[in-house]
Design a protein around this ligand. Sequence first.
Ligand SMILES: Cc1cc2nc3c(=O)[nH]c(=O)nc-3n(C[C@H](O)[C@H](O)[C@H](O)COP(=O)(O)O)c2cc1C
Length: 319
Amino acid sequence: MDRTFCIAPMMGRTDTHFRNLCRFASKHAVLFTEMVHSNALLKNKRIDKYINKTDIENPVVFQLGGCEPSDLAEATKIINECKYNEINLNVGCPSPRVKSGGFGAFLMYEPSKVKDCLSFMSATSDIPITAKIRLGVDDQDIEKTLDKFIEIILKSGINTIYVHARKGMLNGLNPKENRNIPPLNYERVYRLKEDFPDIEIILNGGLSNFIEDKNKLKMVDGLMYGRFICEKPYELTKVDKIFYHSTDEMEIESLIKMMEKYLIKNQNLGLSGYLIKRHMVNFFKGFNYSKKIRQIIMSDNLDVDEIIKILKKKYLLVA
Ligand SMILES: Cc1cc2nc3c(=O)[nH]c(=O)nc-3n(C[C@H](O)[C@H](O)[C@H](O)COP(=O)(O)O)c2cc1C
């Protein structure tokens, strides 16, 4: 799997409909599910709520949360049967729920446990197992603790790690603050790659400029974008050209028509159009006349030709 450009796991955002629309815009970007706890898969009768994906979304990484090696191994078996392309263990989420459950970023304190979790998952998996981590947590001295942490978890045999380039503060900051307040430290991630050159390191945190960020690929193996893509999903239409040397240009008309087809197909299956339309509206946020486009998308009879007419008048993108 080519992990040059990845879209980060985001709870409440990266559902199957978001991923389908993203795939229309980029053939190559690696997509993630949001985090699902192993218990949700093992103890819930309706796992279709969590395992929900179409083949056209591939490559898709399923992100698991949890800290019980045998539960994670069982959950891994289920995910393997459902045609995902990779399973990623969340070692970076700093929410209070995660802290009290001893998983997510709390696991940055427990490298041996992480190694066990990843080893158990690998033992029941035919697809790659990876981890998404922070640089450290709380008052850890990341100059010392990070390399040690990596050394230990690599004993599980994994060889790809996504690094959110800031610490997580488990005391005093909520998840949103934890994505903004601890300072970004890309240099530390670059040094990690120097120390472990054989491991694939994907950089995450605060990335928002494709052309500038592309230079970072000299120091790391891939880039992971979260909020930037949520805020400006239309930017995804540039990804294949910039990062994957594609010569195909995604025309906005074709994009809208693909979205319309997807919407109609799902509505014919009885799904509420709103679940898809909320993501569609987002794709055209930031365009001039986006309010008008939003109205058309949200109306009962989506008139795609009308949207195309508006866009054809060459209303320009607002920067
Ligand atoms: C709404 C939201 C939900 C998130 N949910 C998850 C999650 O389920 N699993 C995870 O590992 N990270 C989650 N994150 C963190 C992102 O994956 C990413 O690490 C973080 O936003 C930093 O990247 P960015 O600056 O490009 O947004 C979430 C972030 C946001 C904004």
